[in-house]
Design a protein around this ligand. Structure first.
Ligand code: PMT
Length: 223
């Protein structure tokens, strides 16, 4: 059995997509399967951490011993994360693919095609940035984000690290079809303010174990 060295720590991890309603039958979402976030939850739990997994809609079962809170929208995710961190957590990891925008107004009835137009306009408004809001609220001692990028991956990830006030950011090149969204494997680069690590491409379950180890080592250099 794995060493229970994270016993007594609380890790809060987000996973999966958010689902933003358009009307009672339609929504805006993305291709996140939740696999990366669930693997991280399992890896932290295996080392003895108390893990709260705030999850968008996925096909996955919660890892054994992990407390899962189901949410749909970004606003619900933020509220569930606030509740989970009333007492600040040790680590927060934002692995979820949070929709940046939601409908300005969700239609209360199914939207109808109108006979006279081939176009349809939806007005969207910005969602709250879950991880940036939590970081400002000091919701966890160590804040870890992901950066899903299709170009200039490292540069964009670095700017997100600073802008969102994070300790670590895990840069994920989502232009590649062999890793990232909905794959069983992933390859990432982990960045702190002044260091970077690139574990090999491997199964998300194996990568998650390495990421939990990296985060734990980073924590120990900070305290
Ligand atoms: O779920 P899988 O199929 O296993 O795929 C894994 C993954 C590709 C989804 C995952 O590895 C990943 O990269 N997750 C982050 C996806 C994302 O939305 O990245 P971003 O660069 O748009 O956001 C940067 C960070 O801010 C992320 O930690 C994100 O959770 C957070 N964010 C973004 C927008 C928002 N409104 N609130 C947020 O908290």
């Amino acid at each position: 059995p794995t060493q229970q060295d994270l016993a007594g720590q609380h890790w809060v991890i987000t996973a999966g997509p958010t689902m933003e309603a358009i009307d009672p039958v339609r929504y805006i979402s993305n291709h996140s399967s939740g696999k990366m976030g669930y693997a991280l939850a399992a890896a932290a739990q295996a080392r003895g951490a108390h893990v709260t997994l705030v999850s968008g809609p996925t096909q996955l079962d919660a890892p054994q011993g992990v407390k899962r809170i189901d949410i749909k929208s970004a606003e619900e995710m933020l509220s569930a994360c606030h509740t989970a961190t009333v007492t600040p957590a040790d680590v927060f990891i934002g692995a979820a693919a949070v929709a940046d925008f939601r409908m300005k107004e969700v239609a209360s009835q199914k939207m109808k095609k109108t006979g006279d137009s081939d176009e349809m306009q939806l007005t969207l408004v910005k969602n709250p940035d879950v991880i940036a809001t939590l970081s400002q609220a000091k919701a966890a001692k160590c804040m870890v984000g992901f950066a899903a990028e299709t170009q200039d991956v490292i540069a964009y990830a670095k700017s997100k690290l600073e802008r969102k006030g994070l300790d670590l950011i895990i840069a994920n090149d989502v232009s590649r079809t062999d890793i990232g969204f909905n794959n069983d494997e992933n390859q990432v680069t982990v960045l702190s303010k002044d260091q970077q690590w690139t574990p090999p491409k491997e199964a998300k379950s194996a990568l998650a174990i390495e990421l939990v180890e990296l985060i734990t080592q980073y924590q120990s250099t900070q305290s």
